[in-house]
Every structure is written in structure tokens, then in C-alpha cells.
Design a protein around this ligand. Structure first.
Ligand code: CP
Length: 366
């Protein structure tokens, strides 16, 4: 069977990654497993430089020229606020015109055109497709099908069912970099020998079974030996075995926990998530007791003074608004970091990240 025809998720990870990359660079961005430590460091540095360059009028003009000859399609047929808008803003930063389809009832899908054909159609008009889709594996399947077309353009996964959200994981790791290394000079130099995550404890809390952001971030964190991960969730919503097996393969210390107040004092970062009840079959998550899985004001005294409080958002009651103006609340920063990280990713895919590096070092001292 042709690779484009078979289910790519049945292939070994190395083979899947090879099909998505070109010449040792990202081409399609589908899986968190595509990112090694060197690439994560590189993209965090490019994101950091882009935000600094964009702050000056001349720098913003320079960035605006980089991809003005390319066009992006944002094909988001599952709801989104942050991912959609930050990709849109990232395209604007790089001068790339973009268009969107957010509701398939306005496309020829109502006349029976398949989603697969819709993606093929989009590939004829645009130079990159950024996609959010409710089905796990659809983005990867389409990337492999695009590989067989005469005109093959990159496909970027902006969230695929319950499976993966790799660009969210990249903005999360960039946020952690900024928390664990407050010095800009250090972040720009990023000594490859220095592992900012060594000795850090990070807790994931909430619906870990169906949260794609947690899955993708867990994959990325295998690149940091010495990190310790706590998965804090009710039994019914605990992290899946495949992620635990992956962490064990990479020798990443991890534990399952069932009570947030009990462990919060050990954490350097806490990653809260909401219950993903859109995936319920019959409202079953409504009966789960979540009282030990919320960051409430009554446990504030247990928090480390420099804890990073994170959440991919949107939130419900698991994260008390009491923390919103606390300097430890990094969930606002995550959103803005996402715009810069997504600009860095797009720049890398189109091979203009080197121009950003050169511009930075010719205009700034460190
Ligand atoms: N974090 C995130 O993916 O948010 P949206 O669903 O609003 O894009």
C-alpha cells in the first residue's frame, strides 16, 4: 500500500517524522516528536529575536518583507480563538497575506466535496495550510497525501482532535524558557550544554486523557533529561499509557498523582487544563469530582514564590480568577508568546529564519 493511503499513525515514529521533514528541516509541522532539543532552542531564540526586531519601526518593516510573496490559508473547521488569531498575527508580522475557512458550510463541502479534496483545492491557491481539525490523524494523513501531489505545500497542525497541538506545546516550552531563564542575554546565547529544565518539577492538572496540549508538551519535555513530571488528575481523566511509555523510554521521571493541594508545593510550574467535555459520549465527565484538581485561592500559601502558573485556555473553574493579576500567572504571557513562536515556526518552514538571525546580530549587541 502507498504511504499516502495507509494510516501514518501505524508507522514507527522515526518514519513518520521522516515523511514530514525535508533536508533535516521541518516541512509539514504535525507532531511534537519532530522537534529535537537543538530545534527547540533555535526556535525559542528566533521567537525572542523576532519580538525584539518587531518592536522598532524599521525592524517591523524588515520582517514584513520576508514572506510578502507567499500566501497562507487558515483552515480552522474546529472552534479556536487563540490559535487562529495568533497564527493570523504571526502571518501579519512576516508580511504574509492570509485567508481563512472557518465554517465548512460556506464551502463546496455542502455540495459533497470531501475534506480531503478541499485541502487539495486549498493547496493550489496558497503556499501553506494551517489547519485545525476535530479528527486525530487527519492533518498527518493530509500532509502525506500532499507529499504525493505535484504541488506540495507545507501543512501546519493547529490542533488535531484529542491527539496533538504541537505549536501550542512550542509556545508553552518558550514560556517555560522565559520563566526559568529571566535573562534575555542568556536566552539569546542559549548555551546548548545548559538544560534549564534540569531539576524542575512540572505538574499537569485536569483532563489529561483528552487534552492534546498536554500530550504534545509531554513529548517535547522528553528532550530535557532531569525534568520531573507529575500528572495530577482523577482516575477517569489520567494521562494515557502511550505517553507514560514514551516518557519511560526517554528515562523521564514521572508520577501519577490524585490531589493537587498535596503536591503543589513541590512544583516549579503547574499546567492547568479544563475538562474537555466536548468529547463526552453522554455527559459522563459531569459526575467526576474535580474538587482536588483546581488551583483555588485557599492553597496560595503552598505555592512557591516563583511558580509558573500556566493554562492553554479557555478555562472554567479549575483556575481561580484570583490569580489573574499575580505575577506568577503566565497564562496571559503564553498567548503573546504564541504569536512570536508561530512567527518563528513559519519563518523556519520557509527558510527565512536565517535572515532574522542575521538581522538581529547586525543590529543588536547580544
Ligand atoms: N490554546 C488554544 O488552543 O486555544 P484556542 O482553542 O482558543 O485556539
Amino acid at each position: 500500500m502507498d504511504v499516502a493511503e495507509e494510516d501514518p499513525t501505524n508507522l514507527p515514529t522515526k518514519r513518520r517524522v521522516r515523511l514530514l521533514n525535508r533536508d533535516d528541516r521541518l516541512f509539514h509541522v504535525i507532531l511534537a516528536q519532530q522537534f529535537d532539543r537543538e530545534l527547540i532552542d533555535h526556535l525559542c531564540r528566533i521567537a525572542e529575536m523576532t519580538r525584539i526586531i518587531a518592536d522598532a519601526r524599521a525592524g517591523a518593516r524588515f520582517l514584513n518583507t520576508l514572506l510578502s510573496h507567499k500566501r497562507a490559508m487558515l483552515y480552522f473547521i474546529q472552534p479556536s480563538t487563540r490559535t487562529f488569531l495568533s497564527f493570523s498575527a504571526a502571518c501579519q508580522v512576516l508580511g504574509m497575506p492570509h485567508n481563512d475557512v472557518r465554517d465548512s458550510s460556506t464551502s463546496s463541502e455542502v455540495k459533497g466535496e470531501t475534506e480531503e479534496d478541499t485541502v487539495r483545492v486549498l493547496s493550489q491557491y496558497f503556499d501553506v495550510i494551517i489547519m485545525r481539525h476535530p479528527s486525530e490523524g487527519f492533518a498527518e494523513t493530509m500532509a502525506n497525501k500532499l507529499n504525493t501531489m505535484r504541488r506540495c505545500i507545507p501543512l501546519i497542525n493547529g490542533g488535531s482532535g484529542k491527539d496533538q497541538h504541537p505549536t501550542q506545546a512550542m509556545l508553552d516550552i518558550y514560556t517555560l524558557y522565559r520563566c526559568f531563564s529571566p535573562s534575555l542575554a542568556e536566552r539569546i546565547r542559549l548555551d546548548p550544554e545548559r538544560n534549564l529544565f534540569d531539576g524542575k518539577t512540572i505538574a499537569f492538572v485536569g483532563d489529561l486523557k483528552r487534552g492534546r496540549t498536554v500530550r504534545s508538551l509531554a513529548y517535547l519535555l522528553t528532550r530535557y533529561p532531569g525534568v520531573r513530571l507529575l500528572f495530577v488528575a482523577p482516575e477517569e481523566l489520567q494521562i494515557s499509557e502511550d505517553i507514560l511509555a514514551h516518557l519511560s523510554r526517554y528515562d523521564i521521571e514521572h508520577e501519577l498523582k490524585f490531589d493537587l493541594p498535596e503536591v503543589i508545593g513541590e512544583c516549579d510550574a503547574v499546567y492547568m487544563t479544563r475538562v474537555q467535555d466536548e468529547h463526552d459520549k453522554a455527559g459522563e465527565s459531569g459526575s467526576i469530582d474535580l474538587s482536588r484538581f483546581s488551583l483555588t485561592r485557599d492553597i496560595e500559601s503552598r505555592l512557591k514564590p516563583d511558580l509558573a502558573i500556566m493554562h492553554p485556555l479557555p478555562r472554567r473553574t479549575e483556575l481561580d480568577t484570583y490569580y489573574d493579576s499575580d505575577p506568577r500567572a503566565k497564562y496571559w504571557d503564553q498567548m503573546r508568546n504564541g504569536m512570536w513562536m508561530r512567527a518563528a515556526l513559519i519563518a523556519h518552514v520557509f527558510n527565512v529564519d536565517g535572515a532574522i538571525l542575521d538581522h538581529y546580530f547586525s543590529h543588536y549587541n547580544y
